[in-house]
Design a protein around this ligand. Structure first.
Ligand code: CP
Length: 338
């Protein structure tokens, strides 16, 4: 693996998931793999889980991890080619990134979208410029449109639960449901979850890929949201999409809860109906579904206390699995470099 920007950088999702679970069972089994190697973790935006889990993962592999809060402590970076830098930006990424490429062996970056201009955000200019100019492997810690380490973690968690409950042979129903929120949030987590679940379904034979209830085996992936919250087809294609949340929840094995702002009329909040918040009553419609969320979560807005504090919530397990996802990815990158 050269870079880790999206699921397209992964040749075998199952193998990566198993590698992560092997690290969970034995965190220090490759404790010298990263000896004398250094990862730079650049944060243009806030983080708790991604920051800490990536550092722990790197340290488990024997790497040094240096965190730099570029967004709040560094020079304001310019990303546009041929920019006339007479505004607020101080340093061009084509000057900064090659230096980081000399300081570090791997560069990991978190950026968020502006939610002002869809074309700009979906061009993924920030992360692409780091890939172009750093000259070392780049790992996304969440970009303008995707959050691949989160999605890998989500699949690890689903797989782990499957292994526990031994429902592997059945067709899994996985539902991604929109939830209300007070702020306009990025589409990254929902895009990325959709992209990974679709790819995970497709890694089976075509007959077992994501699709409707009628098919045997594989994954029945359903996305539900109010009208106007359609995500980009480039990520959702393969899923069943419905505006009827109750219908979507029927028989679900896993329910992934997340808010996102509008994609078409970009970055807006339209409907914010509190009825879309998942409750125990709604959970009755499911196959005693496990409930997932990437966190942070607005309690009793996006997801109810009764779910988060109840037996079906996987959120802490999911967040703790972030370490093993990051460790598996860094391990693949280190092995490819050596
Ligand atoms: N889920 C997630 O990425 O959390 P942080 O924003 O805290 O890193």
């Amino acid at each position: 693996m050269k870079n880790f920007i999206s699921v397209n950088d992964v040749t075998n999702i199952d193998a990566l998931v198993q590698k992560a679970l092997a690290y969970k069972a034995d965190p220090f089994k490759d404790k010298t793999l990263g000896t004398n190697k250094r990862i730079g973790c650049l944060f243009l935006n806030p983080s708790m889980r991604t920051r800490l889990s990536t550092q722990i993962a790197a340290q488990n592999l024997g790497m040094d991890a240096i965190v730099f809060n570029v967004g709040s402590e560094g020079w304001a970076l310019e990303f546009e080619e041929e920019a006339i830098m007479s505004g607020s930006t101080v340093e061009h990424v084509k000057d900064a990134a090659p230096i980081m490429g000399k300081y570090f062996d791997v560069l990991a970056i978190r950026t968020f979208p502006s939610l002002k201009n869809r074309e700009d955000d979906y061009s993924e200019l920030f992360i692409k410029q780091f890939v172009k100019y750093a000259g070392i492997p780049v790992v996304s810690l969440e970009s303008a449109t995707l959050h691949p380490l989160q999605s890998l973690t989500d699949i690890i968690t689903i797989e782990e639960e499957n292994q526990k409950s031994k429902i592997k042979s059945q067709k899994l129903k996985i539902v991604l449901t929109w939830a209300p929120h007070v702020k306009a949030l990025p589409q990254c987590v929902a895009n990325s979850f959709s992209q990974w679940i679709n790819a995970w379904g497709r890694r089976l034979t075509p007959a077992l890929s994501t699709g409707g209830e009628g098919e045997e085996g594989g994954i029945n992936f359903v996305i539900t949201h109010p009208e106007d919250y359609e995500l980009s087809e480039q990520f959702t294609k393969g899923a069943t999409i419905t505006h009827d949340q109750d219908e979507a929840l029927k028989g679900a094995d896993f329910v992934y809860v997340k808010n996102w702002s509008t994609y078409t009329d970009y970055g807006k909040i339209y409907c914010n109906d509190p009825e879309w918040m998942l409750t125990n009553e709604k959970l009755q419609l499911t196959n005693n579904a496990k409930v997932m969320h990437c966190l942070p979560v607005r309690r009793n807005v996006e997801l109810s206390d009764e779910i988060l504090d109840g037996p079906n919530s996987l959120v802490t397990q999911e967040a703790s699995n972030r370490v093993w996802a990051a460790q598996a990815v860094l391990s693949e990158i280190l092995k490819a470099k050596s």
